[in-house]
Design a protein around this ligand. Sequence first.
Ligand code: C5P
Length: 210
Amino acid sequence: MRFLITAGGTREYIDPVRFISNASSGRMGYALAAAALKAGHEVTLISAPTALKPPAGAKLVAVESAAEMFAAVKEHFAPCDCLIMAAAVADFTPARPSKTKIKKDGGPRPTLRLKPTPDILRWAGRHKSASQVVVGFALEDRHLRDNAARKMRDKRLDMIVANTPAAINAPASILHIKPVDSDWIEISKSHKTASSRRIIREIERLFRQQ
Ligand code: C5P
C-alpha cells in the first residue's frame, strides 16, 4: 500500500520570528511511518517541525503551517491508498500576521486575532475514492469514545484513533481504535511503536475489504 502520513504540531506565525503551536512531539506519526515501512508499504511523511529523525525509506515533505500541510496533503492525496492524519494541526491561525517583527515598545499593546484553519481531514473524507482509507486522530479529555465516534461520522472517516492529552509528547499511550465496520478496540498502555503496528494491521484489513 501507499501511505500518506502527517505528523507534528503545525506552527502558525504571528510575525517573521514568532509562532503559536502545540506540544505535539510527532512521535505517533513517525512511529506509524516506521511501522508501515516495516510492513513493506511505501510512505510519504508530511511533517511539521519535530526533533525526530525521519524513518529511513520514507519520502519526507517538510511543512510548517496548517495551510502548508493542507497544500501538501492535496498534492499527495490522489495516489495514496491510505491517509493517516496524525498531525496536531492548529485549529486557529493569526488572521493578519505582521510582515515585520512586532516591537515591544513604541506602539499600542498588540492583540492577536485568530481565524480558523481549513480542516484537512474533513476535506480528505469528502474527496476520497471508494478504495482509499482515511484515518483520523481524536484527542479528547471528556467523553472520549462518543466524541471520537461523532468525529469519525462527521468527517466521513474509515477509522478513528482516540486518545487523551496524556498521549501528547509521551513515548507511550493508551489508544482506542474504532474502525468504521467494527467495535472499539482498546490498546492498553504501550509504546507508540507497538500501538502503531496494531493500527497498521487494522488499516490493512480495512483496505483489503474496500
Ligand atoms: O476536529 P479535531 O481537530 O479534533 O480532529 C482531529 C483530527 O483532525 C486529527 O486527525 C487532525 O490531524 C485532523 N485535523 C485536520 N485539520 C485541522 C484540524 C485537525 O486535519 N485543521
